[in-house]
Design a protein around this ligand. Sequence first.
Ligand code: FES
Length: 109
Amino acid sequence: MSEWIPIATEAECPPGTCIERVAEDRVVAIANVAGRYHALDGLCPHQGGPLGRGTLQGTTLTCPWHGWQFDATTGRHCLSATVRQAIHEIRTDAGMILVRFGEVAGTAT
Ligand code: FES
């Protein structure tokens, strides 16, 4: 089981926003959907675009390069049932957002 890694402060990712961070050589997109955090693999499966620099509307995260859209809470592509972005466990502690790699699912408030 991997370690929990501090990756951002809660202040850096207010509700309705998505941010990009790097930890252990992995790019991570952190989305705050109505006060709950979600962590996805930050590299878009289309051509490697930066999902963490995309736009978040509701639960829909849109890649800034060509507009592929994902449900930030599940990693599922909004049109294709066969495309699913990896998601990571996420939690908060004392104002910090922490992620753990190698796990699937998980949200934090
Ligand atoms: S790289 Fe994300 S939509 Fe093309």
